[in-house]
Design a protein. Structure first.
Length: 136
């Protein structure tokens, strides 16, 4: 493995943000301490990691059908899907004239354009399972 230096001036902080990393490539990091006498031994390398980016947005959203209690949506998948892949889609709605965005907390786990009904979306995990309902 060939190690490449990320900074050439000593840092005084204990955090550093590496930039210009390539998505989908495995990296490891290590660090040295330095003073006027010289450099320490290298730290134990970090665990391997792969930078990944979020996908671009879905395109061509259209409302296909509306009934008294349903709405059918269709769209095209994102043009760019990063190394992290595509797990599904989150659907949100807002009542016209309302300043708040309402989210049904659904994850449609199908990577193709689809209808909201009659599929059975699975609920998203919530960090606070017993949180009170939001008031709008």
């Amino acid at each position: 493995m060939r190690w490449m230096r990320l900074n050439f001036e000593p840092l005084t902080e204990t955090t550093f943000t590496a930039t210009r990393m390539i998505e989908g490539v495995l990296y490891e990091m290590r660090i040295y301490a330095t003073n006027c006498i010289g450099m320490s031994q290298a730290s134990i390398p970090s665990r391997p990691f792969m930078p990944i980016a979020v996908t671009s947005e879905p395109t061509h959203l259209s409302l296909e059908d509306v009934t008294d209690s349903t709405a059918t949506l269709k769209w095209r998948p994102p043009e760019r899907i990063g190394a992290g892949g595509l797990d599904g889609y989150l659907i949100e709605y807002a009542k016209e004239g309302c300043e708040y965005t309402l989210s049904p907390s659904l994850l449609i786990s199908h990577p193709n354009p689809l209808s909201l009904y009659p599929r059975s979306p699975r609920p998203l995990p919530t960090p606070f399972p017993h949180s009170p309902p939001a008031h709008f």
